[in-house]
Ligand binder design. Structure first.
Ligand SMILES: C[S@@+](CC[C@H](N)C(=O)[O-])C[C@H]1O[C@@H](n2cnc3c(N)ncnc32)[C@H](O)[C@@H]1O
Length: 316
């Protein structure tokens, strides 16, 4: 596929390059803000699973850049990811795994006794293509993001996180409803209708009486049989129906748009520092697995960095 054919096929990918966003996912946070005013009045924010930094750019542009130098001193934004990302004004980076206890501790330390007003998480595990497993791993990542929020969100604060709508998602919704008075599912127009991806937008954080902040996903791992039933779907689910809010705009993420004759193809604003799938490719290689028996779909939000020739999968 030529570079410009991706521009034609994916309007938000093209707009991201035109408007200077590192990833098309930036539009998802912008659209959430447009719908819920999530960023209004926020000066302390956490961006979990932030690389390559599209959402952090939005936080910087909205919360940091418009302020005077004195006001900027009060703005605290931290971006956490296992992968590195190029610097962004006003954003402190932490290269860590969000499922680890130490990461929560490092974030608490960053806020120096104060609490955050907003936590956002666009985390996605490496997709295997096995739908139930991917959805389960996604739910675990969201629970880790929620766990961190229970340590560092102030009363009344907001949380937005990515979910894959699947069988086990009701369990996650139940957890979210324990901590937030207002929880809904949000589908930004930058998120393809053909994708199971959606976002939970949770407002009015309230710590339940007697709850001591902890790793909520570990609670699950302590009950492996329960977890297994979650994956295989053999269980009577308490299905939780949340309000569904869809963002609408002039563009449809599932449509292709013709390019103008004068259209000039632009390079990506900032390529990821490491390819999301490099590590998986290395593992695949070392396990001598044939590529076609272990399919890895890389995230199409950002232009993938080229894997080095040494890590190219074996083609059968
Ligand atoms: C879809 S990308 C995030 C895109 C980002 N919101 C943006 O706008 O540029 C998902 C990210 O989740 C990160 N991730 C996945 N699991 C993680 C974990 N356990 N801890 C920290 N980051 C994780 C990946 O490294 C990847 O960078």
């Amino acid at each position: 596929m030529g570079k410009s054919s991706k521009d034609k096929r994916d309007i938000f990918y093209r707009l991201a390059k035109e408007q200077g966003w590192r990833a098309r996912s930036a539009f998802k946070l912008l659209q959430a803000d447009e719908t819920f005013n999530l960023l209004e009045g926020v000066t302390r924010a956490v961006d979990l699973c932030a690389a390559p930094g599209g959402w952090s750019q939005v936080l910087s542009k909205r919360l940091y850049e418009p302020r005077t130098p004195e006001e900027r001193e009060q703005v605290k934004i931290i971006a956490v990811d296992m992968q590195g990302m190029a610097p962004i004004d006003g954003v402190t980076q932490l290269r860590e795994d969000i499922t680890k206890e130490e990461t929560a501790e490092a974030i608490i330390k960053f806020f120096d006794g104060k609490k955050a007003q907003l936590v956002v998480s666009d985390g996605a595990p490496d997709v295997t293509g096995m739908h139930d497993w991917d959805a389960y791993m996604q739910a675990q990542l969201l629970l880790s993001a929620l766990s961190i929020s229970t340590y560092i969100l102030e009363e009344g604060g907001s949380f937005m996180g990515k979910v894959y709508r699947a069988a086990n998602t009701s369990d996650v919704y139940l957890q979210l409803q324990r901590f937030f008075k207002d929880v809904c599912i949000f589908k930004p127009s930058a998120s393809r209708n053909s994708s199971i991806e959606a976002f939970v937008v949770c407002r009015q954080f309230t710590m339940p009486e007697g709850h001591v902040p902890c790793n909520l996903s570990l609670e699950w791992f302590d009950k492996p049989e329960e977890a297994l039933r979650n994956i295989t779907g053999i269980r009577d689910y308490k299905v939780v129906h949340l309000p569904f809010v869809a963002h609408q705009c002039e563009y449809d993420a599932d449509l292709s748009y013709e390019l103008d004759e004068k259209y000039e193809q632009k390079d990506a604003v900032q390529k990821p520092l490491t390819a999301a799938y490099t590590e998986v490719l290395e593992k695949t290689r070392s396990m001598s697995l044939k590529y076609n028996s272990f399919v890895v779909h890389h995230d199409e939000e950002t232009p993938p960095a080229e894997p080095s020739t040494s890590s190219k999968p074996e083609q059968s």
